[in-house]
Design a protein around this ligand. Structure first.
Ligand SMILES: *Cc1c(COP(=O)(O)O)cnc(C)c1O
Length: 387
């Protein structure tokens, strides 16, 4: 059912406007809708209380087995995993250090990152008290640039990976970073939050030699507020000590205390990972491609719309399309169309990616059938704005 009487009602009753999400998994709209298997498992988890330290241990063991890495830890999102890992790189096993953060005096507190790789979520690392230190410049980074910056203050080197995007030849590859870091005995941190497909990428960076990689469970049918860390036994045990579970279990007051996660969510994440590893991904992808093709087919090209199909299947958001407008035919430009779609009823969210001029439509957040509402709304707006 694409939209029925109950659609969005609970939000409307509060005064908030429900949204058809044609923009993908974005936190500003709520990020994910947990799948049925996950919701059912979470409901079963209501039945009793459980010692969270024990649950985290067994849940982490299960995930680490499924993903062929030494250890795993469930967190309140990939962002939390980044903060806790940064803390873990600095504190080591020292309870005293854990209680001292975010004051990092006496600890290595610099996380090196290539200047060209600065990104939206790197801020999550600084919440631990760590300092991000840029290496290289806007154009490139060399091994020598790194060697100049590495010192006893270096806590880790951080690398975000986006395998769905074209390779940036002007940054050092993860392989090069791993070699370099190993040579200097520095931990390697990888943000692979969106690298959930192909399946081998779940844990791949740890198997390549990274100490830590994070994954956002929001992309695989778990609650938006969940994620996990994968890594060596050493770093995962330090993440556990810095976490809210460590705070209550060990009575060591670390910075992880506000990063709480429910026992239901922990069970939900395990269920989501189990499902993901056994899911028929060809069917999953076919479903996204089907909705994409429907939008392209149903958009009336006479109104000045130019569509371009996205055929990427790597990472968290397969398929989708770009939309451009022929301004010889239409009075409106892509920015205005995005606004008009937001204001239409029901409200439809699409977006123009930073530095781009085309509208990007993602089908990740659409229920089957909602894609028809999107193409109809576009047709109606465009028909009213012909030159
Ligand atoms: C979503 C995302 C994050 C943050 O993950 P949360 O689970 O929302 O905290 C970090 N890095 C990347 C690349 C992401 O896509």
């Amino acid at each position: 059912m694409a939209i029925n009487d109950k659609w969005g009602k609970v939000y409307e009753e509060l005064g908030a406007k429900p949204v058809i999400n044609a923009t993908g998994s974005v936190t500003l709209l709520g990020g994910s809708t947990p799948v049925k298997e996950v919701r059912e498992a979470m409901e079963l988890a209501d039945s009793s209380y459980v010692l969270l330290a024990e649950l985290e241990q067994y849940a982490g063991d299960r995930i680490s087995e499924l993903l062929s890495v030494p250890a795993a830890y469930i967190t309140s999102g990939a962002g939390s995993a980044l903060t806790l890992a940064s803390a873990a790189f600095m504190t080591g096993d020292s309870d005293e250090n854990i209680e001292k953060l975010p004051d990092t005096e006496g600890m290595p507190n610099e996380i090196l990152i290539q200047k060209r790789q600065r990104y939206w979520y790197d801020r999550c690392m600084e919440f631990s008290g760590a300092r991000l230190v840029e290496v290289g410049n806007e154009n490139n980074t060399s091994v020598v640039d790194f060697e100049k910056m590495i010192s006893e203050k270096t806590a880790a080197i951080h690398v975000p990976v986006y395998e769905q995007k074209p390779t940036d030849e002007n940054v050092l590859s993860l392989e090069t970073i791993i070699d370099l870091a190993k040579k200097h005995n520095i931990p390697i941190s990888v943000d692979s939050a969106g690298q959930i497909y192909p399946l081998e990428n779940l844990g791949k960076y740890v198997r390549m030699g990274a100490d830590f990689q994070c994954v956002a469970a929001k992309y695989m049918g778990a609650p938006h507020s969940t994620g996990f860390a994968l890594g060596t036994k050493e770093i995962i045990s330090r993440i556990a000590k810095n976490s809210f579970v460590g705070y209550e279990t060990n009575r060591i007051r670390g910075i992880g205390r506000p990063h709480k996660i429910d026992r239901q969510e922990i069970v939900g994440v395990v269920t989501a990972v189990e499902r993901w590893m056994t899911l028929n991904h060809e069917d999953r992808l076919a479903n996204f491609e089907y909705m994409t093709n429907n939008i392209i087919k149903d958009i009336d090209k006479k109104n000045g719309i130019i569509t371009q199909k996205i055929d990427n299947v790597i990472g968290h958001q397969p398929f989708g399309l770009y939309i451009d407008i022929d301004e010889n035919v239409s009075n409106i430009n892509p920015q205005i169309l995005v606004e008009k779609l937001k204001q239409s009823s029901p409200s439809i969210w699409t977006r123009i990616e930073e530095g781009d001029s085309k509208i990007c439509i993602m089908v990740f957040g659409l229920e089957l059938g909602q894609e028809k509402i999107v193409s109809q709304a576009i047709n109606e707006i465009m028909k009213e704005n012909l030159r």
